[in-house]
Design a protein around this ligand. Structure first.
Ligand SMILES: [Zn+2]
Length: 170
């Protein structure tokens, strides 16, 4: 599980080592030490120590019991007191490398969506001439299209989506 919080990013996986006392524990890894310590510092003592392993995939790592991990997730749930996650990170940390990375993560995941995020909220009309939709490719009088962030798109969202996905039931 990847966990992106206003304090940082950690990856949580299960430690699987038969016979080990830590078998079945949560192995928490991070790219930056403070991403891990900001989370573990919130747990009751004894707090798990952060190990550093240069040259490994994740350089900073620690182990939590299942119960500690559950406690942590409860704390994270209570942390959500903002209407916009990326803005909350910016407010808390400033323009850090992490905050910059979140924008790229956002873009990469947004590309999975069948239509561009916000594509339908721009209301600037193209009043003259002809237009062509950059999603479905249909051309026509400019009045049929709207412009959002430099992209020309059909005003009729339903027709546009059907043109892009002809197999969808109408
Ligand atoms: Zn279209």
């Amino acid at each position: 599980m990847w966990i992106l919080t206003t304090s940082g990013f950690v990856s949580a996986v299960e430690w699987q080592e038969k016979g080990s006392p830590k078998d079945g524990w949560i192995y928490l890894r991070a790219r930056q030490r403070e991403h891990l310590t900001s989370l573990t510092s919130r747990l009751e003592s004894p707090r798990p120590k952060v190990q550093e392993l240069s040259g490994a995939d994740y350089r900073y790592r620690t182990w939590l019991t299942r119960d500690q991990f559950k406690d942590l997730l409860m704390l994270l749930a209570d942390d959500v007191d903002y209407p916009n996650f990326k803005s909350a990170v910016l407010k808390k940390q400033g323009a850090t490398k992490y905050e910059g990375a979140l924008h790229r993560v956002w873009s990469v995941l947004a590309s999975m969506q069948p239509t561009s995020p916000y594509a339908r909220f721009g209301k600037t009309k193209l009043k003259r001439g002809k237009g062509k939709c950059e999603d479905c490719g249909v051309s026509g009088p400019a009045s049929q299209f709207e412009n959002y962030l430099g992209r020309t798109l059909c005003k009729n969202v339903g027709d546009c989506v059907r043109r892009m996905s002809p197999k969808l039931p109408v």
